[in-house]
Write a protein that binds this ligand. Structure first.
Ligand SMILES: [Zn+2]
Length: 176
């Protein structure tokens, strides 16, 4: 079988049905820099995402695209506005459809992916959509990792120093 090369480039434009009929698999990497819509949410787009894709047709005749995405995205924490890492580990199971009716009647195990007759299908955009769907509405560090503490007491110190001196905090409390 083709597609066992661990460093295979994920092709940008594909014929989904042809890949499904040929039962192609891809194991490869996708550069974040290729995904400009996703890039709007990122602090930087230096990284790569590991991608596993399997195309086929199940026993009921449905074409499918199974995939796994793994990697890290650097977002901006909406509390302290500093970079934060989001680990992505996402599996999906898509099936191509051409109409809304087909999309609505698709078995529950699938998410629809809409095809049009005359457009080239962008595999990269499909994966980009999957990644965008993984983004939290309001990305925030875990409380202990955030440079702004919820109590708010340390805020003014932490904006200038990494570790506030506990005596300085005490002094500030006394001066209030
Ligand atoms: Zn934060």
């Amino acid at each position: 079988m083709r597609g066992d090369n661990q460093n295979e480039q994920i092709p940008e434009f594909v014929d989904l049905l042809r890949l499904a009929k040929a039962k192609r698999t891809f194991v490869g990497k996708l550069a974040l820099a290729k995904m400009t819509r996703l890039g709007h949410y990122l602090a930087n787009n230096d990284g790569i995402i590991d991608v596993v894709l399997e195309f086929g047709q199940d026993i009921e005749g449905f074409y499918y695209i199974k995939g796994e995405l793994k990697g890290a995205l650097t977002l901006i924490c909406q509390r302290c506005m500093q970079p934060m890492e989001l680990q992505i580990e996402h599996a999906f199971n898509l099936s191509p459809v051409w109409t809304d009716v087909q999309a609505k009647t698709l078995p529950e195990r699938f998410e629809p992916v809409m095809l049009t007759k005359d457009e080239r299908f962008s595999l990269v955009e499909m994966l980009e959509d999957e990644l965008i769907l993984q983004l939290p509405v309001l990305p925030k560090h875990d409380e202990q990792d955030c440079s702004i503490k919820l109590s708010g007491l340390n805020e003014q110190f932490e904006s200038t120093t990494e570790k506030p001196n506990p005596f300085a905090v005490l002094a500030a409390l006394k001066n209030k």
